[in-house]
Design a protein around this ligand. Sequence first.
Ligand code: ADP
Ligand code: MG
Length: 346
Amino acid sequence: MNLLNLFNFLRQEIAIDLGTANTLIIQEGEIIVDEPSIVALNRKTGDVVAVGHKAMQMYEKTNENIQTIRPLKDGVIADFQAAEKMIEGLIKMAIQKKRFFSHLKMVICIPSGITEVEKRAVFDSADHVDSKETYLIFEPMAAALGIGLNVEEPVGNMIIDIGGGTTEIAVIALSGIVAEHSIRIAGDELNLDIINYMKNEHNLLIGERTAEKIKIEVGAARKDIENPPEPILINGRDLLTGLPRQKSIGHEEVAEAIDDSIAKIEESVMKTLEKTPPELSSDIYQRGIYLTGGGALLRGLDKRISEKTELKVKVAEDPLRAVVLGTSIALDNTDKFTFLINRKSL
Ligand code: ADP
Ligand code: MG
């Protein structure tokens, strides 16, 4: 092995999608981490008990010693220490597989509502795992790259990324975000809508996990959809008797439950379109709107947004992975992409 090969062998480059719901890490084109963005801490010592799926299993199960935290829940970092511990824990999952390296380089994708102080906390976490070269990228930009758009062109593209905590709507052209809107109505809020609906309409108490299951298996953004799923049976606690009870639920009820939240997302899309310079609007008119993030998988959402905006709406091929794929493209182009954020630019 010559010296150059040795140097490359010792280099390690990773791209990280730090999402409000899920964190994904890619190395050399392969997804090596795909875990929920959650950390379990020992209440007394503050030590990390688990991160990712393992911590998720502890979520919603109260324990006097263990506390589970989703530090990025609303697209902002509510708990800095927990956030740093989670980020470090998830990155360590990726790099422990290859222990000996001299130069660690990473690009981390962050929700666009994040503040300067919060960006610093993300950089600090990267420093703690010995990253020698760290860049940040905003989520809509990464999403655009991930679905194969050329973000450097003088052409406008509109992206709607519906994640767990936030929906980010952005118009991108010439390597920049020209117009944007970020709202805290996304997957988590839809789950809350479903919980409230079951309580109010059926006197049935269900947990977040059951709401998530309902949303994924029979969720819909409107009643009129193609290939509607069969209703499913779910378990909850009857609020009147206090006893466990089963109930069947179908897509029409879910559409009703989440209608107001979807309307708010539509409103933000309309507002962003109104803020868009006319030349770029005509590009969007020709190209349509792109949907990414887990929320893009909601049945009938594309049709609903398309009817509201009178524009074509396209769902990304793999909406849950578009952002990490885009972040990985950014990692390969750190010398070229001017929109990447490094510590000095803070
Ligand atoms: P983030 O980038 O904020 O981590 P993701 O893009 O990973 O978010 O998307 C996670 C969200 O997508 C969760 O709220 C999850 O419930 C939702 N989701 C995943 N699959 C589906 C589906 N099939 N239908 C509707 N929502 C979904
Ligand atoms: Mg995301």
